[in-house]
Write a protein that binds this ligand. Structure first.
Ligand code: SER
Length: 584
């Protein structure tokens, strides 16, 4: 079964079981700078798992574009991917363990026709925070899994949380038995020998973990499930690696045909990183030296290095992108529409890197000679940093080169230097950020409040998923950046303007409250840079139309603002629009 068929079957099955199909959120989280990329289907749903009402109801399903970057260095082996698609279904305070397990079992055995005897499951063994999940085990027995294929494990295996704090809970994982012999007497789904492959994870999300490590019960019990599409396609197609399924096989074959050197790991790295880079760019990513942009840069540069290693002419990259779009367009039709943009970004980065690559390799060779003379075997953090900063060599590129020659790298020292460097540039940008908001004159105060009104009006009139991406206020005007996939029409601009003026005329009170950051998020208050706020935050509400975490200052009542006028609406960056407006 092709991956897209599995995706369609999944969505249809859950739709038939009362779920609303919701669209995949972008790979780049829209209002959550605390994570670089969307790493799980539940991530965009956090407010709803915490109790906010979802407009589509309490049963949802989707396919979610995900990127996990902690294993970049492992790509090249027979299983790791950075980009993958996660199929998911959610109960937001609706069904719980029994129905969730019954549906998963039915989907696996009836829809995907996986023989029941190939499925093993694991449940949470229990500890001081949460009891042993015998309820889940009973549900599995009722569904048809015999006791000998039900295992219990602790928090390391059967507890799921995204990051350090947030909604979480015990989970139950489903495993596919590949039929390989047991690695030992004790062989089981958690041993990692490859006999059992994890295929689905149902999290019973009814806890919240705070920053002190305490668990409290959420207002509602939720179910959050995730099924990795590429891995399921691999198993159903009887393949040993995801690189053999239809999403990768044509590009793998093309790379084999073009390369002068037979190196399967390099071919996998090129195929995987090319797909991941294309998906990041599709959702607005641009290569840079910080955060998301840096990950994208690493992926493209590592891919270029492996193209060179395979002795493939870098001019062939354009053709490889075309081929990848042909392979993937059935799953992601928007790739085709954005072909030129995606191509330009990748080729430009390749050209930039191409120029430094030779110089960097020369510098690298000098470092190796130095190490040989000194009889050392580790490239120092400082040398790694110089290669990174001056020659654009991400440390993993250096690591690849070093490994090939039998040398190690001091990644820890590099990370320290890199952090210092990031801290310096962050301080620079925070300073700029403050510059935009620090003014306290009467007119600037008015502009702050008008900014909240504009944000609310854009959500109401243009798209509820619009969020602030930036703001800058001077005595003369306000400037507001927001995510939006189109140029606002004249009608939209007029309606937004009218809406803001209506709220001004209504004379809405502006209320300021102090609360914990956690309560603020739970209450649905919007914020732009959550990690930049202290534990106790101020939340400004305007009537019942806007609620935002904000340092202020604000006017007391919207009637103080005068008349609001949009002066300009323009593009700011990919997927981000900018409005300049005045009060008069
Ligand atoms: N959030 C869980 C996971 O990512 C289930 O979707 O595995």
């Amino acid at each position: 079964m092709k991956a897209i068929e599995i995706r369609n079957k999944y969505l249809k099955f859950f739709e038939e079981h009362g779920h609303k199909i919701i669209p995949s959120s972008p790979l780049i989280p829209e209002n959550d700078p605390s994570v670089l990329f969307t790493t799980a289907g539940m991530q965009p749903l956090v407010p709803y798992l915490l109790g906010k009402k979802h407009p589509e109801g309490t049963r949802l399903t989707d396919y979610q574009k995900c990127l996990r970057t902690n294993d970049i260095d492992e790509v090249g082996d027979n299983r790791h991917l950075t980009y993958f698609e996660m199929l998911g279904n959610w109960s937001l305070g609706d069904y719980f363990k029994e129905e969730s397990i019954a549906m998963s079992y039915e989907f696996l055995t009836k829809e995907l026709e996986i023989p029941a005897e190939k499925i093993s499951v694991t449940c949470f063994a229990g500890d001081e925070d949460c009891p042993r999940d015998t309820v889940t085990a009973e549900c599995w027995k009722k569904a048809g899994i015999p006791e000998e294929r039900i295992y219990y494990f602790g928090k390391d295996d059967n507890w799921w949380i995204a990051g350090e704090t947030g909604p979480c809970g015990p989970d139950t994982e489903m495993f596919y038995d590949t039929g390989k012999p047991k690695c030992s007497e004790k062989c089981n789904p958690s041993c990692g020998c490859g006999k059992y492959v994890e295929i689905w994870n149902n999290v019973f999300m009814e806890y919240f973990k705070d920053k002190d490590g305490h668990y409290t019960k959420l207002k509602q019990h939720n179910v959050d499930t995730g099924l990795g599409l590429e891995r399921m396609a691999m198993l159903l197609q009887g393949k040993q690696t995801p690189f053999e399924i239809e999403i990768f096989s044509p590009i793998m074959e093309k790379l084999e045909e073009l390369s002068e050197v037979d190196d399967i790991a390099s071919r996998r790295i090129v195929a995987e990183h090319l797909r991941a880079s294309m998906m990041i760019i599709l959702d607005g990513g641009i290569p840079s030296n910080v955060d998301r942009g840096y990950i994208l840069r690493r992926l493209i540069r590592r891919m270029v290095r492996h193209l060179r290693k395979l002795q493939i002419d870098l001019n062939k990259l354009s053709e490889l992108i075309d081929l990848n779009i042909d392979i993937l367009k059935e799953m992601y039709p928007e790739l085709e529409k954005n072909k030129d943009r995606i191509k330009n970004v990748i080729l430009e980065e390749k050209d930039k890197f191409g120029k430094t690559l030779e110089r960097g390799e020369r510098e690298f060779n000098k470092i190796i000679t130095k190490l040989q003379n000194e009889k050392q075997d580790t490239i120092s953090g400082q040398d790694l940093f110089t290669l990174y900063e001056t020659y654009g060599f991400p440390p993993e590129v250096t690591k690849d080169l070093a490994t090939e020659k039998g040398y190690k790298i001091d990644a820890e020292k590099f990370n320290e230097l890199f952090k210092e460097h990031q801290e310096k540039s962050r301080m620079g940008s925070e300073h700029k950020f403050k510059g935009g908001l620090a003014g306290n004159s009467e007119i600037e105060t008015k502009y702050h409040t008008a900014t909240h009104l504009l944000n609310a009006a854009l959500k109401l009139i243009v798209n509820k998923d619009i969020h602030q991406k930036g703001s800058n206020i001077t005595e003369e005007r306000m400037r507001f950046d927001f995510n939006c996939d189109h140029k606002l029409t004249d009608e939209e601009k007029q309606k937004v303007e009218e809406q803001v003026n209506k709220w001004i005329q209504e004379g809405l009170d502006v209320k300021c409250e102090e609360m914990s950051k956690e309560d603020a998020i739970k209450s649905g208050a919007e914020c732009m840079f959550i990690e930049k706020y202290p534990d106790i935050v101020t939340v400004y509400s305007i009537g019942n139309i806007s609620k935002e975490l904000c340092g202020g200052p604000h006017v007391k009542n919207t009637s103080e603002l005068g008349i609001f006028k949009i002066k300009k609406e323009e593009a700011s960056s990919a997927g981000v629009r900018r409005i300049k407006a005045i009060l008069c």
